[in-house]
Design a protein. Sequence first.
Length: 98
Amino acid sequence: MAVMAKEAWTDERLDDLNKRVDGGFKETREEFRALRGEMKSEFQAIRGEMKAESQAIRGDLGGQIAALHQMTFQLFAGMMVTLILGFGGMIVTLLIKF
């Protein structure tokens, strides 16, 4: 079985390794910066969409609440008119009989 010769780490080889490691970290930092910028712009777009959607929902909900309020008022007014006419009719009937 052949034994491989152990290579010596010279200053030159260590400097080259150091440069490669530094270059790798530099590339990684640049990629993270680009990714961070992408994420920031995407989140801003999503926030804008969510804001527009919530405003649309609020507008629709406000219209529905106003319509419900109007319908409730009309129902209450109709019931009051019916009660007043009913009691008025009973009073007139009682006054005519006596």
